[in-house]
Design a protein around this ligand. Sequence first.
Ligand SMILES: [Zn+2]
Ligand SMILES: [Zn+2]
Length: 425
Amino acid sequence: MNKLVLKGFLLFGFCAFAQNAVSEKDFKSVEQKVIDWRRDFHQYPELSNREFKTAEKIAKHLKSLGIEVQTGVAKTGVVGVLKGNTPGKVVALRADIDALPVTERNDLSFKSEVVGEFQGEEVGVMHACGHDTHIAILMGVAEILSKNKDKIKGTVKFIFQPAEEGPPPGEEGGAALMIKEGALKNPDVDAIFGLHINSGTPVGTIGYKPGGTMAAVERFVVNVKGKQTHGSQPWGGVDPIYIAAKIIDGYQSIISRESNLLVEPAVITVGKITAGVRFNIIPESAEMIGTVRTLDPDMKALIIRRMTEMTEGLAKTYGGAATIEFQNNTAITYNDEKLTEAMLPTLQKTAGVENVVLIKATTGGEDFSFFQEKVPGFYFFLGGMTPGNTEAFPHHTPDFKIDDSGMLLGVKTLTAMSLDYLNKK
Ligand SMILES: [Zn+2]
Ligand SMILES: [Zn+2]
């Protein structure tokens, strides 16, 4: 290669990169706004399926940027469509927008004093999962990308999703309803990205994992039917409490004896048992509710099949009858392996190679998984703990806290991921 060719190659390489990159000045110009938005959302949180003012603020911002906006998707969801200057693929970015029935205990200038109603009770309302940061980050990304349409080869879809924490009983909501109402269609989404802020990992870091990352969450209800009798004469009836104990024991053997735990972890928890009225009556029935957490589709199928067999079979063995019903709350948050691999250099570029950490799966659930069932998706964790701290309060607790300075990396990363995905050959 002679010198002239080399010079030309370098110049071309530099231009190709520069064309694709948003200037640091653009990011800096949006940082304070992102912090202000986040603090406003934090101070005025709204519960799942009740995110009316939150949605209004989001829609107003997107419209001010000239982004095409659809409101009222899955009740309070907002979808924005930003077309780049050249046609191409469609990438979606998703932020969840709901808060939780938690009373804030932090001493912050923007602390939530909001009171709401949850299942008929008056409750404090708090962004105790950090979704306020997700909204603000995505609003920042929207602002930056709308000013850089010349760099977008394709379309970016902004999905602001309500009710990630689950809709109130009896209502539909969340990612599943957004999909049902067409959030991934028209224009059809090719890939979707999302993030979750994390109170326990330091600002400036990103955690990711290919494949099963967060668990599929099932809720189950077991009804055991026995035959009522005097507590002193168990032979005169069928004891549903004893059967329930046998069933619980059976469930745990599915995990410890039948599940290949080298593939992924799995959990079965019975969280509540209801049966009986007094000490000397063997009751007619028992009810149990609980949850199953799985990270591998085959393991999930096995566990559900074996729980059903054990519930029915064990009850029959002991002379009673039992049924089990499963309700699926989230699918497996499954990071498409190819997409994860393709996006890794982008994460490393924005955070620095040493700050991008391969993590283990978690047994928590996330309804972003429903989008990933439809299109390839990638979901990662963004550090939100003040640098130097070693301990943090967990998500969903009154003392939960996020350091604002962690959000800029989220803005940069989602922006760069969008551009890199759309511009890749
Ligand atoms: Zn949460
Ligand atoms: Zn969350």
